[in-house]
Design a protein around this ligand. Structure first.
Ligand SMILES: Nc1ncnc2c1ncn2[C@@H]1O[C@H](COP(=O)(O)OP(=O)(O)OP(=O)(O)O)[C@@H](O)[C@H]1O
Ligand SMILES: [Mg+2]
Length: 312
């Protein structure tokens, strides 16, 4: 049986975008297959939103090219826009209109033929029916986000672009949101989602991490962990902050990630880090355990390196 080749939904190459002479997207290539949920991570200002806007034709690249849903991102943006759902970093609803009025308005923008039914279906699917007559300005963040998701899929798009969709939303609402995303993806919807939350990165099939407009690492969580090639020791005990400061000065240690009651001590040279740990674990105040490196460890390390690179 020949394996079916996955259909690329996004296929962009070497995208470059400058604003006022400053390069904010610097040669980004991205490939996303149908039905995938891809997480897009990176520090503030690393070019995620700009890249998303380039990929759906809302911005024109200075160079680079590609396709989104089979359409050229520079010449067929109108076609792309009709078939994508795009949830931006800011909710943009009419705050003084009700839930149902807002959804109906979005349906009208898309020129939906069966608008009333589709609006009702969306409200049922996203649990908004009890709130249909509520004025949007009085909804909590979690409900607004639900409404935003419903609005972004009302025209049954094939691709959903979510730009920090859960910023400021409580953990319960976020988990529910992600259940919905997985549900939509299982029905064939492709999702690219930018986020600063590590637990959300873990919910994606693949992650792309950008820094300073360039892709630094990409892959499944396991692939990213492998590529990072970090060894990890977990230290528990008292006075962890003092220990953290001391460890940060050691050449064997590349990164000290602080958790509530433990430190994750990361190094690239496993043998040297092990030797250090063996040396220090005699101290009865601290318990040292070798641990598997997690995606969170790698992402903390990437973020910290970005901060150091940006430091004057
Ligand atoms: N229209 C614009 N004009 C000028 N500069 C811009 C414009 N849009 C974005 N920038 C700049 O480009 C850089 C990248 O911004 P972008 O919004 O793509 O980053 P981001 O990764 O989405 O950040 P965040 O995580 O904070 O949302 C930033 O320095 C930003 O100030
Ligand atoms: Mg952004």
């Amino acid at each position: 049986m020949p394996e079916t080749t996955p259909t690329p939904v996004i296929e962009v190459k070497d995208l470059v975008k400058k604003f006022d002479g400053k390069t904010v997207v610097n040669g980004v290539s991205i490939h996303v297959n149908e039905g995938e949920i891809v997480g897009f991570l990176g520090p503030n200002g690393s070019g995620k939103t700009t890249t998303i806007r380039l990929m759906c034709g809302l911005l024109t690249p200075d160079s680079g090219s590609g396709q989104c849903l089979g359409y050229d991102i520079t010449t067929q943006s109108e076609k792309i826009r009709q078939q994508i759902g795009y949830m931006t970093q800011k909710f943009s609803f009419y705050e003084d209109m009700t839930v149902v009025e807002n959804l109906d308005f979005v349906g009208e923008l898309y020129g939906l033929a069966n608008r009333a039914r589709r609006v009702n279906d969306m409200m049922a699917q996203f649990g908004l029916t009890p709130r249909r007559q509520q004025v949007v300005g009085t909804l909590s963040g979690g409900w607004k986000q639900r409404l935003a998701l419903a609005a972004s899929v009302i025209h049954t798009p094939k691709l959903l672009l979510l730009d920090e969709p859960t910023a400021g939303v409580d953990p319960n609402a976020r988990r529910e949101f992600w259940d919905r995303i997985h549900d939509l993806a299982s029905k064939g919807l492709t999702v690219l989602v930018s986020t600063h939350y590590i637990d959300e990165a873990e919910r994606c099939h693949r992650v792309i991490y950008v820094s300073d407009g360039q892709v630094v690492t990409r892959g499944t969580a396991d692939e990213i962990i492998d590529q990072a090639n970090l060894s990890t020791w977990v230290v528990r005990g008292d006075n962890l902050e003092t220990l953290a400061h001391a460890l940060e000065k050691r050449p064997e240690v590349r990164q000290v990630a602080r958790f509530g009651r433990s430190l994750h001590v990361l190094g690239t040279d496993a043998a040297r880090l092990d030797a250090l740990a063996e040396d220090l674990r005699d101290d009865p105040d601290h318990d040292w355990q070798r641990a598997d490196t997690t995606l969170e460890d790698v992402l903390i390390d990437l973020g910290a390196r970005n901060d150091r690179a940006a430091a004057p």
